[in-house]
Design a protein around this ligand. Structure first.
Ligand code: C2E
Ligand code: MG
Ligand code: MG
Length: 702
């Protein structure tokens, strides 16, 4: 016989019914080879007692017993032995009874009087199976509930309207609400307003079956109002027919991680000293502002603020004081801006500002002038009362350009322009300053290479002795054969060369070129003659000046007493001790010293007396007006008389007419230089002039 015996408890008070059941079981045993072991009870109390002492595979239960009746009977059995399946034995035949019995957990029912062995056997087996599967389901549900409740993460289920229908304790903790509170709220109620549109859309998509799950990081709002960052995994739960039923969410509180991330991001995006956004963040913010302005057709102003001579603070008071100054500056800037404006520290003493949403380009000037004015009050730094000013350049989107980098560059150019105009001011960008600055930058690049590219040349302008009418000397004047612009006169590049310091190299090149040129003339048999070169302030201040000049003279075997050096009045007067020493050495070597552009500075002849000066060159401006300006005539007369007193000769520059020459002759002036004699000439032409024999012999010039 197959299988273990079925252990059956029959609870039946009617002995006839009990006997008939037992008879049917005997039949089953014979026909189905299914053994059984039967225990009978005639009341609920004896039935329960049997359940206490033994285990059964099934209970055949009459509901109407002497000590129990109706649905109370199965309930008591279930309470005592929840795991044992029940087959009801009933006299009632109505469907309603059967349905209620099943719904309260009875597995099957049989109607007394109609029971046959097959039916009984099937009912018993079915009840056992059904109970088993019900138990399995219950177990898994319980396991799920336990998981749902005990898992460390928050979990909820929400119906299609977003209402919470199930929430676990962790979710309650994360959100700060009681379970009942949460069950009256919806997914949308808890979502941070900024995240709402996006997340409701995803939720809807999930419940429409458009996506079966999604993962996201989002913000909820805690009951106390603070933001809770969560990692949310949402899954769609479907019903038996596969239709979307609910959304289930697993929620992990990541607020701590987020704030750490934000902290790190803050550090990476901000300047540690002032706490302001740094260049990286500023660029990002600007990109957003520009995009927004483009959409809304608004204007934005960019301000580039640079402190004037900030380096002095660092250099004189140390970096600690410099830092303090920067913090104070950042504070002042911040407090002169609107809330919507952004300021960033983008470099040592450089601050960038965006003023979004301005009505007109000029509106930037109001804030710019407020900023400039905010620097009026002294700064109290490291126990010192310091003054600091700032220069600001402004460019406007979209008036000046629509490209962010170009706008930055323009604001930068405008800032440099403001600095050049005397600092402590602001300047709007305009194309004119740009052209100038681009030209300047280009020129500077070219100028840096002009020496090595051999683009310079020297022109020679004769100097004539009035008394004899002979050419006794010549001034060498530099020219630049610019690769694109042709031959350039000094006025279009000397100022830039002076500003950039490149002038010193140019001067040395000229000196070298002149010495070599004159050397070839001398070697070719020309009589020795004097030549003058111009010395810039920059080269004159070079402590190595004397060494450098001697070297050139030596390299070219040039006789020192044929060389005249022209320095301007202002250069000579700037540091009289130094000048006296340098000029002393040069004169000792045999060179002639000439004061150029005399009359334009404020030199005192008393000082000049202390210098080994051979000639004073009266500036061209006095000569120009000789005929019309009696003052100029008086000055020329006086200068000539005094110079002669000091045993200096006088040369007049820029003489163009016979009239001028006549006046100068009358005033006792010694020499002239100017177009009347000759324009400055290229070496070749000048050599023809020398060959013409008009030259007197050097060195009797000084
Ligand atoms: P500077 O030393 O006073 O030179 C005299 C300038 O007056 C020259 O101008 C010359 O061409 C110009 N000139 C001479 N006679 C006349 C005249 O009759 N009428 C007019 N209108 N102008 C006359 P240039 O060659 O353009 O040089 C200008 C300045 O550039 C020079 O003034 C000098 O300061 C500077 N410079 C020229 N070459 C050099 C150089 O090699 N080194 C340095 N440091 N400066 C130089
Ligand atoms: Mg000169
Ligand atoms: Mg001059």
């Amino acid at each position: 016989m197959a299988g273990p015996p079925l252990k059956i408890l029959l609870v039946e008070d009617n002995p006839a019914d009990a006997v008939s059941i037992e008879f049917l079981l005997g039949e089953i045993e014979r026909q189905q080879q299914q053994r059984y072991r039967l225990k009978t009870a005639d009341s609920i109390s004896s039935g329960l007692k049997a359940l206490d002492s033994e285990t059964f595979d099934v209970v055949l239960l009459d509901f109407e017993l002497p000590d129990s009746s109706g649905f109370d009977t199965p309930r008591r059995v279930q309470e005592r032995a929840p795991e044992v399946p029940i087959v009801a034995l009933t006299g009632h035949s109505d469907e309603e009874f059967a349905a209620r019995a099943i719904s309260m957990g009875v597995q099957d029912y049989l109607i007394k009087g109609r029971i046959v062995s097959d039916l009984l056997y099937r009912a018993v087996l079915y009840a056992i199976e059904r109970k088993k599967s019900q138990q399995l389901l219950k177990n898994s549900e319980e396991r799920f509930r336990a998981f749902f409740e005990l898992t460390g993460v928050g979990a909820f289920q929400a119906d299609p309207s977003g209402r919470f229908v199930l929430v676990n304790g962790s979710f309650c903790n994360i959100m700060g609400y009681d379970r009942d509170d949460l069950l009256s709220l919806s997914f949308g109620d808890l979502t941070h307003p900024d995240d709402l549109p996006g997340h409701l859309k995803e939720f809807e998509l999930l419940l429409n079956g458009g996506q079966s799950q999604y993962d996201t990081e989002k913000r909820f709002v805690h009951k106390d109002g603070r933001t809770v960052w969560v990692h949310l995994s949402m899954t769609l739960l479907r019903d038996a027919k596969g239709r979307p039923l609910r959304a289930m969410g697993i929620v992990q509180d990541i607020t701590g991680k987020k704030s750490a991330e934000e902290e790190i991001k803050h550090i990476a995006d901000h300047d540690a000293l002032t706490g302001l956004p740094n260049r990286r963040l500023f660029i990002e913010l600007t990109r957003l502002e520009v995009a927004q302005a483009r959409r809304n057709r608004k204007k934005i102003a960019f301000l580039f603020l640079d402190l004037d001579r900030f380096k002095n603070v660092n250099d004189t008071l140390g970096h600690g004081a410099g830092d303090e100054m920067l913090m104070e500056v950042a504070y002042r800037i911040r407090h002169n801006l609107r809330k919507s404006d952004t300021v960033a520290r983008v470099g040592g003493d450089e601050f960038n500002i965006i003023l979004p949403d301005i009505a007109r380009g000029e509106d930037g000037s109001e804030i710019a002038s407020k900023l400039v004015a905010s620097f009026q009050a002294p700064f109290f730094i490291a126990g010192h009362e310091l003054r600091m000013t700032a220069s600001i350049g402004i460019s406007v989107y979209p008036d000046d350009d629509e490209d962010m980098d170009t706008l930055f560059r323009y604001a930068d150019i405008a800032m440099y322009y403001a600095k050049k105009q005397g600092r402590n001011a602001f300047q709007f960008y305009n194309p004119a300053i740009n052209t100038r600055s681009i030209e300047r930058m280009q020129m500077e690049g070219w100028l840096r290479r002009c020496v090595e590219r051999d683009e310079l040349s020297v022109h020679y302008q004769p100097q004539l002795e009035i008394k004899t009418g002979k050419i006794i000397s010549a001034e060498s004047l530099v020219r630049w054969n610019h690769p694109e612009r042709g031959l350039l006169q000094p006025k279009s590049f000397i100022p830039l060369a002076e500003e950039t310091g490149l002038i010193a190299a140019i001067d040395l090149w000229v000196l070298n070129a002149v010495c070599r040129q004159v050397r070839t003339w001398l070697d070719a048999g020309f009589p020795p003659f004097s030549i003058t070169v111009n010395l810039s302030a920059r080269l004159f201040q070079d402590p190595e000046l004397v060494v450098k000049i001697s070297k050139i003279l030596k390299d070219t075997a040039f006789p020192a007493d044929c060389l005249g050096l022209e320095i301007t009045e202002s250069v000579a007067m700037s540091n009289i001790e130094y000048t006296a020493e340098q000029l002393g050495k040069l004169a000792e070597m045999g060179m002639h010293i000439l004061i150029d552009d005399f009359g334009t500075g404020y030199s005192s002849l008393n000082y000049l007396k202390r210098l080994p000066i051979g000639r004073l060159k009266i500036d061209r401006t006095f000569i120009e007006d000789i005929r019309t300006d009696p003052d100029d005539r008086a000055i020329i007369n006086a200068v000539t008389a005094m110079a002669h007193n000091l045993r200096m000769k006088v040369i007049a520059e820029g003489v163009e007419t016979e009239d001028q020459l006549e006046f100068l002759r009358g005033a006792g002036c010694d020499e002239i230089q100017g177009y009347l004699v000759s324009k400055p000439l290229p070496a070749e032409e000048f050599s023809k002039l020398i060959a013409s024999g008009k030259f007197s012999v050097c060195p009797k010039v000084g």
